[in-house]
Ligand binder design. Sequence first.
Ligand SMILES: O=C(CO)COP(=O)(O)O
Length: 141
Amino acid sequence: MKIALVAHDRKKDTIIKLATAYQPILEQHELFATGTTGLKITEATGLNIHRFKSGPLGGDQQIGAMVSENKMDMIIFLRDPLASQPHEPDVNALIRLSDVYEIPLATNIGAAEVLIRGLANGFLDFRQVVKEDPQKPMSAY
Ligand SMILES: O=C(CO)COP(=O)(O)O
């Protein structure tokens, strides 16, 4: 599965802890991240991560482009709910597109843990079926 990891600055420590705790699961998948998030996770864990641009420089949109092609299977996006972001429209666009394509997306650590455990237990296997027709959102089936 293709998994995106993104965290705003005050959530970086949290996503590093998450990636460290679930490294044995995550390393079995293809990982993507926005620039700084990916760098910090790789430094802390050694996980192999494809890094896009930093979020404010377009990284969220790059992940969104993969979603729009139905090429992303799960997104962990630890948003900071207490700080405004200069690229708020990009953040909202990524979340909206994930809803369009029905991509499982967690915006906090509690939901992220459930998703990762679900991933390990095959709950995301439906994504293989969806990807057979990359133009079709899940709801079209
Ligand atoms: O801003 C972000 C997501 O909106 C994250 O970007 P960085 O991982 O580059 O800090």
